[in-house]
Design a protein around this ligand. Structure first.
Ligand SMILES: NC(=O)c1ccc[n+]([C@@H]2O[C@H](COP(=O)([O-])OP(=O)(O)OC[C@H]3O[C@@H](n4cnc5c(N)ncnc54)[C@H](O)[C@@H]3O)[C@@H](O)[C@H]2O)c1
Length: 268
């Protein structure tokens, strides 16, 4: 017997920026942390199982989900770009993950969605989880797909998901926009922890930003997660506001998604 919440938790994208943070912070929750990525990972430590896997490989993903209680899904293409890699990792790969989760009887998935699922909302608008998606590129479309797919798996199969519409999760904010969208590593880890342990989440969409002075996002629809962000960007404000002035008529400045709203098209 153990007091840990899970026997086996799967973390995908374990070699990535957020995956490396979660690899440490998820440990106390689970007897075994199965870490996975298409890229090379640091060797498995005590209490870990490392499985190298391409999300686009259906048979591989089916095996990856075997014996898993819950999934923290960080893997996939994490930036805007041409369609084909996004199709393989974020569309086909996500479908593989949910089918494998269904077959293996997984109870809950924490899905790394993105603010780019709603990036074409103007910055003048405050939105909540009930506002329609407005993706700002191929990447944002793939995250909106993930939100729709996970809702289907809840409605049809009772597989719960928390979709994290992550803002900008880096060690520090890098520009003025991130004064609003920044999510600290501590708040991100706590958000994943709350999403995994809340008694009932059904299909929840939550915006992932720290307790910054300004916000475009209302999280009242996710109050049941019990998540309270504690960081904020005030310590970085003077430095970010001293950066060279921006053209306020640039679409990158008008929309919540920032520069992603001006990228593409790609060769077709
Ligand atoms: N960091 C942020 O600010 C931010 C913002 C919004 C959303 N997100 C989302 O959070 C998740 C983690 O973000 P991150 O910053 O750590 O990204 P990252 O790019 O550092 O990590 C993603 C990982 O996924 C792996 N991956 C890519 N294609 C794969 C495939 N076909 N099969 C298996 N693994 C594959 C990569 O090797 C990488 O290690 C991503 O899904 C991203 O879209 C992050």
């Amino acid at each position: 017997m153990t007091s840990r919440t899970f026997n086996r938790l799967l973390l995908t994208g374990a070699a990535g920026g957020l995956g490396r943070v979660l690899r440490t912070s998820l440990k106390p929750l689970t007897n075994i942390l199965r870490i996975s990525d298409i890229a090379l990972m640091e060797p498995a430590q005590a209490g870990e199982e490392a499985v190298r896997c391409d999300l686009a490989d259906a048979a591989g993903v089916r095996g990856l989900l075997e014996g898993v209680d819950a999934v923290v899904h960080m893997g996939g293409i994490s930036v805007e770009g041409p369609w084909e890699p996004i199709l393989a990792a974020n569309i086909a790969g996500l479908h593989n993950l949910y089918e494998a989760a269904r077959v293996q009887g997984v109870k809950r998935v924490i899905f790394a969605s993105s603010n780019h699922a709603i990036g074409f909302n103007p910055r003048s608008r405050r939105i909540d989880a009930n506002d329609p998606v407005r993706p700002d590129g191929n990447y944002g479309v793939s995250k909106a797909f993930g939100e729709a797919l996970s809702r289907f798996y809840w409605d049809r199969y009772g597989l719960e998901t928390v979709c994290l519409r992550i803002g900008s999760c880096f060690p520090e904010p890098k520009d003025r926009r991130m004064l609003i969208t920044w999510l600290s590593y501590e708040d991100m880890s706590e958000l994943v922890h709350c999403s995994l342990t809340a008694p009932k989440v059904e299909h929840t969409i939550v915006f992932g930003a720290s307790a910054n002075r300004d916000s475009w996002w209302d999280n009242k629809a996710a109050a049941h997660l019990g998540w309270t962000p504690r960081s904020n960007t005030e310590a970085y404000r003077a430095r970010m506001e001293a950066l060279p002035p921006v053209d306020q008529s640039d679409p990158a400045e008008l929309f919540q998604g920032g520069g992603y709203t001006t990228m593409g098209p790609y060769p077709f």
